[in-house]
Design a protein around this ligand. Structure first.
Ligand code: ADP
Length: 484
């Protein structure tokens, strides 16, 4: 099977969030049983520069009214696994992937249209043959449409497309003028196709024109066909619900496991948990936090955005910080909330530390040091930190939504089954009550240890997930055979 996997980010080359984690591991594992090509924009990060990729193609490409040069670089990372970087200095040689401190880049539509057109053109020029093209999020959502447009490259005549929605909150919505730059047939700018309240909506293309739709958890797949979590696309998604399903993301335990995590000072496991407390001591020393190491440490590692429940957090923080605990927030994002978080941390320095940066090493060290992870996301397609937390013996306290619902089981002190604590509503008092219940449980060392062990024993490895992707691909290809 030949698979083309398209993503706007992938670890270790470029990452802003969960998509980067997924695209960093899934294609690599698929390549153990198939030929996989991963194509990404060339952001000129240090790891892309150090990848050893060589130029294999270059061609002029007109996007809208502008002429660009597309340069295609390729490196073979493992047998059957090639990574391609689509380069253009002007479009991708920037500080951020999608924006900088001032916000999203104003030309993001052109940037990712360029990327997708360059992918199609390179495939056509080299006659690269694929059975499956797997697209992810709005940055690659036009490809299923391009594939369906004539003239279809000969090498893609029988290709099937999958479109994965990692976050419906980001649909790639641009003013109507962007549609003209796309040079797509005019009839596609209608409510039935890509138009969305007078604007162009890129994600609609992926939803409508792909052969299969995926999201990153079964619960999120059910939620997005409803008005509350559908971001205005619930009607469209409901219409295509027969091709929609959810597969919970896995975790790369070669990167996220306290038994072999290179970023943490003291390795530990469920059988030998002592290192966890030592990591907390080391972290407090490193960050000059004057908190008692025996008191609980609650952390959040998160983008600062409405999705992540930062408004709810700010509402309950004054009461939460009265408890005997320390709270650390690691994250970057929305400026207004960043300011507020900084203010609260400034007012309660004994109780709260705000780390306003994106720092992978710190994320690992927090997972290893913390007793609990808080994820009050208003919606969460999958969420990865709670799954990392389980392996680190860091008990998740989460909203019962999307992938949080699917990956955390409520702990029952009677049966001693379960891995964390969940809440449903968004009233601060109710959420506080759940955190307080977790804090009470923390005081019972024996019970807490059992809870940690339950989580640490869970297996969310990608190796268990990958067969579900192959099942889907094979099903799609066999359906194709029936039509022929
Ligand atoms: P999303 O993709 O919606 O941001 P996920 O939970 O799926 O949320 O994935 C977030 C990923 O980004 C995790 O790997 C998490 O550790 C990482 N992350 C988020 N914020 C930071 C940060 N400030 N520093 C380091 N890593 C971060």
């Amino acid at each position: 099977m030949n698979i083309l996997y398209l993503s706007s980010e992938a670890v270790p080359f470029a990452k802003t969030g969960g998509l980067g984690d997924v695209a960093g591991v899934l294609p690599r594992l698929l390549a153990q049983s198939a030929n996989v090509s991963l194509m990404l924009p060339d952001y000129m990060t240090e790891s892309i520069k150090g990848s050893g990729a060589l130029v294999v193609d270059r061609f002029p490409l007109t996007v809208g009214t502008q002429d660009f040069e597309a340069v295609v670089k390729k490196t073979v990372c493992a047998p059957g696994f090639s990574v391609y970087f689509i380069a253009n200095d002007l479009l991708f040689g920037r500080e951020g992937l999608y924006g900088d401190a001032a916000g999203d880049y104003g030309d993001n539509f052109i940037r990712f249209l360029f990327f997708q057109k360059a992918v199609m053109e390179h495939v056509r020029r080299e006659q690269l043959s694929f059975d499956i093209i797997h697209c992810n999020d709005w940055q690659t959502a036009l490809v299923p449409l391009f594939v369906n447009m004539e003239p279809r490259p000969e090498s893609l005549r029988r290709v099937k497309t999958v479109f994965s929605i990692h976050n419906l909150g980001y649909q790639g919505i641009f003013p109507a003028a962007a549609f003209a730059e796309s040079e797509l047939p005019g009839h596609l700018f209608s409510a039935e196709y890509l138009e969305f309240y007078g604007n162009l909506n890129c994600m609609k293309a992926g939803i409508i024109f792909s052969d299969r739709l995926l999201t990153v958890s079964p619960t999120y797949a059910r939620e997005i066909v409803g008005a509350e979590k559908g971001f205005g696309l619930d009607g469209l998604l409901a219409k295509f619900s027969s091709k929609l399903s959810g597969i919970l993301n896995g975790v790369d335990y070669s990167l996220w496991d306290p038994r072999n995590d290179p970023f943490i000072e003291h390795r530990y496991s469920a059988a030998a948990l002592a290192g966890k407390k030592k990591n907390k001591q080391a972290l407090y020393k490193e960050l000059a936090i004057a908190a008692a190491v025996d008191s609980p440490l609650l952390v959040m590692i998160s983008r600062i955005s409405a999705q992540k429940g930062v408004d709810l957090l700010l509402e309950l923080l004054p009461a939460l910080l009265q408890e005997d605990l320390h709270f650390i927030f690691l994250g970057v994002g929305d400026r207004a909330w960043t300011g507020e978080l900084g203010d609260v941390a400034g007012r309660f320095p004994q109780r709260m530390t705000f780390l306003n940066c994106f720092d992978e090493k710190l994320a690992h060290r927090l997972e290893a040091a913390a007793d609990m992870l808080f994820m009050p996301s208003s919606y969460e397609p999958c969420g990865l930190n709670q799954i990392y937390s389980l392996r680190y013996g860091t008990v998740p306290v989460v909203r019962a939504t999307g992938g949080l619902e699917d990956s955390v089981q409520e702990f029952d002190p009677q049966t001693r089954q379960g891995t964390g604590f969940k809440f449903k509503g968004s009233d601060a008092a109710g959420v506080l009550a759940v955190i307080r219940r977790a804090l009470r449980m923390f005081a019972d060392r024996d019970l807490w240890r059992k809870l940690q062990e339950n989580g640490m024993g869970m297996d969310f490895s990608w190796e268990r997930v990958v067969p579900h992707y192959f099942d889907l691909y094979k099903k799609m290809l066999s359906e194709d055979a029936q039509h022929v």
